[in-house]
Design a protein around this ligand. Sequence first.
Ligand code: FES
Length: 203
Amino acid sequence: MADPTPNNPETPAPQPEAPKPAAPAPAPKAAARAAAKEAPTRRFFLVRFFTSSVAIAWTSFSASMAAMALGTLRFLIPNVLAEPPSQFKAGLPDNFEEDKVTDRFKDQNAWIVRHDGRIYALSTTCTHLGCTPNWLEREAKFKCPCHGSGFYITGINFEGPAPRPLERWAVRIGDDGQIVVDKSKKFQQERGEWSNPESFIKV
Ligand code: FES
């Protein structure tokens, strides 16, 4: 039997443990690839940052320029107001009965009245503070709901705070025989204008 002592030449001497191989250093190509992978991310971020800032600046600039251009246009082009026509046709005189008030044209600021052999158009604006009175058939008067002014069928004020009669619009017979009410001309009783032949139609 062999002697296991170290002096025995047949016994193999214990070998020192071999050092573990160090991890291989990244190959230059792999490092480059990693760097290339990182680079686009940073570049992308920078590009996004600058492009978004520039875009915001351009958008603000364009918006302010557009606002300036619109302001200039508004200044150059005058406002055009679509006003309702001042004249309208009210129908044939025979359609209106004596001592009757026609409410049909109230939304055009006129009552057509046939009274005492005349047809005239009264303004529906109260001469106190501008409310719209109502025609009360049974009481034969216009009554303003705001402060109680009353007007006869002629338009003359007789109660409440209204300081003067209702106004009348110009009326005439048109080419087709219909009554034409012209609100571009008004006639006031207190000025003696109701005797003006343009303020009534004789029937
Ligand atoms: S507005 Fe008609 S009475 Fe005052």
